[in-house]
Design a protein around this ligand. Structure first.
Ligand SMILES: *[C@@H]1O[C@H](CO)[C@@H](O)[C@H](O)[C@H]1NC(C)=O
Length: 208
């Protein structure tokens, strides 16, 4: 009986661990000594207000050819977030700018439109699209791991703030992950029905 109870308890712990995003903190805070070593905390006696504030998103980041710029504020750039299970991103769009289809493997995202009009959506695992135009002040949730995308449909610039339930949500941009990586050419040609010239063009475009 005791054995069965303990097996059940162990199972429960695994289920809870599998449901949670990042692990729960075990200290007030743990300012990572470096982004490469998030397991070692800076001595808490040496922490200052500067460890808990971040000034890096007052302005947009560098715009890409797609008319889009994003600045991720995760534990890599803001060590004060370490162990706290949250992070965010500022994203800016030129008129017509796009945020290419992408997903975050480790987090759900809630995006708030600070400025502009943005067609915004995600695709679920049945390939059903949920999308609409969001206006300033509106919010959309992108469930964890779901492919999502955005397009500025307004006649001015647009800005969003996305928040994540992970200190390090991860980012997989589909065009880059597929065509900008070292996946065997033969496989990509067969997968997408492309000839070598067409594929070479895409590889050139999306290799960083
Ligand atoms: C943290 O800093 C305090 C104050 O300088 C010091 O007394 C303490 O020993 C330090 N703790 C560790 C683990 O280094």
């Amino acid at each position: 009986m005791l054995k069965e109870v303990s097996v059940l308890l162990l199972l429960l712990v695994f289920i809870i661990a599998a449901m949670a995003s990042d692990p729960d903190p075990v200290m007030d805070f743990c300012i990572a000594k470096s982004p490469e070593n998030v397991f070692e905390c800076k001595n808490s006696s040496a922490a200052t207000i500067e460890d808990f504030t971040f000034s890096g998103i007052k302005f947009p980041g560098n715009f890409k050819k797609t008319g889009f710029s994003s600045v991720a504020v995760n534990s890599n750039v803001f060590p004060g977030l370490n162990t706290l299970g949250v992070s965010f991103v500022r994203a800016d769009f030129d008129v017509g700018g796009i945020n290419v289809p992408h997903y975050h493997p480790r987090a759900t995202e809630v995006a708030f439109v600070l400025e502009g009009k943005i067609y915004s959506g995600f695709v679920d695992t049945k390939n059903k699209v949920f999308a609409k135009v969001l206006e300033k002040g509106e919010v959309m949730v992108f469930p964890r791991g779901m492919l999502h995308f955005q397009l500025n449909v307004g006649d001015g610039p647009a800005t969003i703030l996305g928040s994540f339930d992970s200190q390090n949500p991860g980012l997989m941009r589909i065009p880059n992950a597929v065509f900008g990586s070292d996946i065997k050419v033969e496989l990509l040609e067969k997968a997408f029905g492309l000839n070598s010239k067409e594929l070479a063009k895409l590889k050139k475009k999306f290799s960083s």
